[in-house]
Design a protein around this ligand. Structure first.
Ligand code: PGA
Length: 251
């Protein structure tokens, strides 16, 4: 049984005080939510403030990125143990904005997955095709490559700590979410590829999320599909009421 996971990715938004206000409101709105996991990923500089508000409650802390080494001369970078020390449970890896604006390759993404697993974190590997790749009929090929390379040398024993997020680049921040059918198709394809890589039983433990313009209006459609184990929410996660509505969409 996979427990649904809803993650809010705040991206480069909120100062520590703004983050506290947002998360306090969220904690209030999410009271009584059961049988699913909910996490927020504030910027590094707001992790501590958010962690103080959520304490050991049901809301979990996630980071947006990490470095692939454990420590050392990497100016500006943050390691897995720094995130663990602040109480992070999850970490996003290979978000398309990291791939596009920060030049992250599948190889680096893979090293980051290993760093997260070396520590105690649960990585959320983000994969997804660009619009021209979909139009050229290459979407499966792109996903297979990102999954195979991103998970290179990852032992099946780590499957229960692994989450995949299907985030088509053309759907992120555009207001143009994938259809439920597209999300289900991608999810099936990803599961199939995970089975080939990790084996059937370990692959069945991996959660597969959808991300890209998720809103209170379209969330119930995704929630109704057993193939979609949750969502990764960007813009709508900055509004407590919208994020809470997505969490309560019937997972
Ligand atoms: P969006 O972002 O919900 O604003 O489209 C999703 C994401 O980048 O994870």
């Amino acid at each position: 049984m996979r427990i649904p996971l809803i993650v809010g990715n705040w991206k480069m938004n909120t100062t520590p005080s703004g983050a506290k206000t947002l998360v306090r409101e969220l904690v209030r709105l999410l009271q009584g939510v059961m049988n699913l996991e909910v996490a927020v990923a504030p910027p590094f500089t707001s992790l501590e403030a958010v962690g103080e508000v959520i304490g050991r409650g049901t809301l979990r802390l996630a980071a947006q990125d990490l470095h692939w080494e454990d420590r050392g001369p990497f100016t500006g970078a943050i390691s897995h143990s720094m995130l663990e020390a602040l109480g992070c449970v999850h970490v996003l890896v290979g978000h398309s904005e990291r791939r596009i604006y920060f030049g992250e390759t599948d190889h680096l993404v893979n090293r980051k997955i290993h760093a997260a697993l070396r520590g105690g974190l649960q990585p959320i590997l983000c994969v997804g095709e660009e619009e021209d790749e979909r139009e050229a009929g290459r979407y499966r090929e792109v996903l297979v490559r990102q999954i195979d390379r991103g998970l290179e040398e990852v032992s099946p024993g780590f499957a229960n700590r692994l989450t995949l997020a299907y985030e088509p680049v053309w759907a992120i921040g555009t207001g143009r979410a994938a259809t439920v059918e597209d999300a289900v198709d991608a999810s099936r394809m990803i599961r199939h590829q995970l089975e080939r890589l990790l084996g059937e039983k370990p692959a069945s433990q991996v959660r597969i999320l959808y991300g890209g313009s998720v809103s209170p209006a379209n969330a119930p459609g995704f929630a109704s599909q057993p193939e979609v184990d949750g969502v990764l929410v960007g813009g709508a996660s900055l509004k407590a009421a919208d994020f809470a509505a997505i969490v309560r969409a019937g997972w």
